[in-house]
Structures are given as C-alpha cells and as structure tokens.
Ligand binder design. Structure first.
Ligand code: SAM
Ligand code: NAG
Ligand code: NAG
Ligand code: NAG
Length: 291
C-alpha cells in the first residue's frame, strides 16, 4: 500500500471514529435527557395532544424512513384485505388512503398468493382520528388523490373522534340504502396502522375495536411498530422512549404482541419485520365457547 493511500485511510479512520464518538456522546446526552423526563412523562402518560402540532409536518418527517423500510408495500397488503364497510381509526394524515381498493365489492375472488376465495373491495371507509388537524390533513389528501370524484366522496367520511368512543357501524349516509333502511350495526373491517403506540389505553381500545366488527366475519387489521426481537435494540428504545413520546406522542417501546394477547382477540395472522419492530396482525373477535 502506498504511503498516500495509508494516509487517506488513516485520516478516514480517524474521522470515522470521531464521528462514532460524536454519535455516542449525543446518544448519551439524549438518554440523560430522556431519563430525566421519565418522571414527568411516565410510560402511562397521555401524550396524544402532540399530534395537533405535528400534523402539518408529519408526512415529511416520516417519508424517508417509511421508504427505507418499504412500508408502502406493507400498507398496501394490509389495505387490500379490507372489504365492505371499513373503519380506519388513528388515520393520521391518511397515509393509507391511496391503498384501499374502492372498486365495487366483489365475491368469489381468488387470492393470488394464498388461493383462498373471498370478498374484495370496499363499499365505504370511515376515517377517524382524535386530532382535528390530522383529520384535516387526511381529508385534503383524499381530495388530492381523487380530485373531484363526487361519487367516491359519498362513500368516505372523516370524523374527529376518539377510537375508544366510536359506536355502532357505518353511518347511514355512506351505506345509503345498502341495507334496506336499517342502520348497519357493524363494520366489516377495522384498520389501524401505527396507532397502538399512541393510544393512552391500547388494550382497552383494541378490545373496543373488536366489538365494532361483525362477530362472524369481521376482521381487525393492524400494522404497528414497537419492541424488537433483540434486547440491545429494546434497550435503546427504552432509554429514549420518554423523549420520543414527549416530542412525537408515540411510545415506540410497547410490546405489541402482549397488547394483542391482553385484548383477547383471536389471532388469525401475525408477522414481524425490521428486527421485529414492525408488527402485522389479522385479528377477529374471539368466538364464544358455545359457537
Ligand atoms: C403515529 S400516528 C399514525 C397515523 C397513521 N395511522 C399512519 O399510519 O401514518 C398516530 C395517530 O393516532 C392518533 N390518535 C392518538 N390517540 C387516538 C385516539 N384515542 N383515537 C383516535 N386517534 C388517536 C393521533 O392523533 C395520530 O394521528
Ligand atoms: C433534569 O431535570 C432538572 C429539573 O427538571 C433540570 O434542572 C436539569 O437541567 C435536567 N437535566 C438534564 C440533563 O436535562
Ligand atoms: C388524552 O388527552 C386528550 C387531550 O389531550 C383527550 O382528548 C383524551 O380524552 C385523553 N384520553 C385519556 C384516556 O385520558
Ligand atoms: C388537541 O388534541 C386533542 C387530542 O389529541 C384534542 O382533544 C383537542 O381538541 C386538540 N386541540 C386543538 C386546539 O386542536
């Protein structure tokens, strides 16, 4: 190796270790700051109001990491499974809107991957979020994706509402005369993405969502983020959690699997990616023993 190459390598190594040192120092600083916050922001703190102020920049803030993690494909897969009258809670800026299949409801469709025969297509989607600013962003996104589509506009609804307080099925306005004048008591599908991290009562709210879908055929579809398979990564998440929650309104160290188990809902499908931090669930209401 020539002396020049060695010098370049030496300088690079020095620069790299200085950079790693810098990263480590700022990580320690952030941990101290975060641990200091844990008195005022305990893991049970209700931090949902943060989304009021982050709504406008939310998409720009998550765009890069979602691209790197290819979350778009996972959102698409999840939303393709939604059918009939759909409720999406904690909808945020409406990042799933583009993925719903708003084609007519079709029966007897064969799934190209699993071969299972089922129903496809959404008749209506009701979007709910606690933050009025978020609902505003979602409404705007819908208009951007489907400009001037009046027919489709009649099949969606945007509501400022606590997920834990949603009652009954889809409103008469969006189901129209579909069910001969009777209000439909249940949704067919409930969707939530990246929501359990933010709910003040994730188990209670998930239980509630289970009562909103058809007891026989309804499904609850989740794409969530939380704890990892790995202890070292969980340590990082735990160390920084209070600071992250205080800034973004989201507890990124929650055990999503445990929340799902405690909800008592039946697990139809479970998958994890990204060191185990991204969780997908297909759930349905627990069958009663007698059925
Ligand atoms: C991390 S964001 C996810 C947004 C969107 N679902 C997505 O995948 O990008 C969490 C959202 O949950 C909403 N939220 C928090 N608590 C809620 C509650 N109790 N009911 C409904 N929405 C809630 C927040 O306002 C925020 O928009
Ligand atoms: C920790 O909190 C105390 C009181 O809230 C504050 O005075 C101190 O500066 C904080 N330390 C750090 C490192 O943030
Ligand atoms: C959490 O706080 C928000 C206001 O910031 C409030 O609307 C909501 O009802 C609270 N939820 C709980 C369970 O305390
Ligand atoms: C702020 O957010 C909370 C819940 O996150 C909501 O209840 C409240 O109405 C919001 N306030 C404003 C001024 O938007």
């Amino acid at each position: 190796m020539s002396p020049r190459v060695m010098t370049v390598l030496g300088v690079s190594a020095l620069g790299l270790s200085a950079y790693i040192g810098y990263l480590y120092a700022s990580y320690r600083r952030e941990v101290t700051y975060s641990q200091n916050l844990s008195a005022t922001v305990p893991a049970t703190a209700n931090v949902t109001d943060r989304y009021n102020t982050t709504a406008r920049t939310f998409d720009a803030d998550v765009e890069m990491s979602e691209k790197l993690m290819r979350l778009g494909a996972k959102r698409r897969d999840l939303c393709r499974r939604a059918r009939g009258d759909v409720l999406e809670v904690s909808c945020g800026t409406g990042r799933n809107i583009e993925y719903y299949d708003f084609g007519p409801v079709r029966r007897g469709i064969v799934d190209e991957r699993t071969g299972a025969v089922g129903v496809r297509g959404c008749r209506s989607v009701t979007f709910v979020d606690l933050s009025p600013q978020m609902v505003d962003m979602a409404r705007r996104k819908f208009e951007e994706i489907y400009p001037g589509d009046e027919a489709l506009r009649k099949r969606v609804e945007f509501r400022v509402e606590d997920a834990a307080a949603v009652g009954g099925g889809p409103s008469r306005e969006i189901t129209g005369a579909a069910v001969a004048g009777q209000p439909k008591p249940y949704f067919d599908t409930v969707v939530q993405t990246m929501g359990l991290c933010s709910l003040p009562d994730p188990v209670g709210t998930l239980k509630h969502l289970g009562t909103l879908v058809d007891p026989q055929k309804g499904e609850i579809l989740l794409l969530e983020h939380g704890r990892s398979h790995y202890a070292w990564l969980n340590r990082v998440l735990d160390n920084l959690a209070p600071a992250h929650a205080d800034r973004h309104g989201c507890w990124w160290n929650r055990d999503i699997g445990q929340i799902v188990r405690e909800s008592g809902l039946e697990v139809v499908e479970e998958k994890r990616w990204h060191f185990g931090t991204t969780w997908k669930y297909v759930l349905r209401p627990a069958r009663k023993a007698a059925e």
